[in-house]
Design a protein around this ligand. Sequence first.
Ligand code: 5GP
Length: 218
Amino acid sequence: MRAGCSADAASPIEAVREGLLFVITGASGVGKGTLRSRLLQRADLFYSVSWTTREPRPGERDGTDYRFVDRAQFLGELRSQGFLEHAEFVGHLYGTPRAPVAAALAQGRDVLLEIEVQGAAQVAAHFPQAVLIFILPPNLEELRRRLIRRGTEASERIEQRLARAAEELRSFADFHYLVINDQVERAADDLVAIVRAEHLRSRRYQPKTSAPAPNSPL
Ligand code: 5GP
């Protein structure tokens, strides 16, 4: 996807170098993972692989889906300020490693985080320019059905995740964009549109130092 509004060498403006930070949040089971992969297929974003203390689910790969670590490793990293944000979610720790995200942004790459609400609030506090996107289920009953269908959690954990979802839904107004995941393709289109729109914001641009002055006859 072409990012930004002008690639022309003669353009009087240029994009600022730093990449954009996109944060996707939404209840467990809302389909964030699917939407994230659709977005990554269609837009050039660096996906930040989180650390977690939970066990891998069947098919999940260390280093791709998560970095799976034990609690001691996680806490060690936390003590050495290795996380941009972190949170406890239904008995497990999750965190975004700071260094890869900072490096990608500094290289001008856009970054995508997929994290829960508390983590999103921490990111917003440190990066006021971060773009916060909240994914909503069509309704809570559908969310329950999706969690049961996914079959990765025991029923007690499903209830905990649903309770957390109901709580998280209350913070939707703290996010910049809402995307309802009733149809995956449409929700993915919405995400692509958000990335594109954010690239067109005027604050993403600066005058080129070599550009002619505004009143120049050129
Ligand atoms: P799951 O166990 O279903 O993979 O993830 C549980 C919740 O933790 C999801 O809402 C997911 O988005 C969130 N999560 C995943 N990685 C991180 C992270 O690095 N930080 C925070 N705060 N939440 C995360």
